[in-house]
Design a protein. Sequence first.
Length: 168
Amino acid sequence: MLVTVECILARHGYRRSDLIAMLQEIQEAYHYLPEEALNYLATALDISPATVFGVATFYAQFSLDPKGKYLVRVCDGTACHVKNSRRIYDRLAKKLKLREGRVTTADGLFTLETVACLGACGIAPVMVINDTVYPQMTPEAAEAIIDGLMQRQAEPGPESAPVGERNG
């Protein structure tokens, strides 16, 4: 892990002013910000761990908790909410067997979140999985997409790669 963080630091020339960009790259690599990586970053940049953790917790884009291989975001902005996006979220939470307060499946495959707005009101309700946008979702369609991803994970080969990370 620390080798990756060291490469990120070197790429940014150990500039404190690049802290947010470095946090973004660490999160991209690990799908969250591991405590060990944040402490290493603080030491390497000669700033307090409290400063690094403060930045990491201030911005909603960062997570200190591990995320699943598939990050499923259901929009709950006004247009999506009016078109019953909450039903989509509830169906997926049940499908993924997420109990109250849990957002990531026990196997670490899926993380389910709501977001305030994805800026895609014209195609509401919207769901995004990693970098793929799914427009005009219904609970049934969303569940079918999750079923497909689960099935893909059960099969060996390049198709088991996360959405947005497959070649071709």
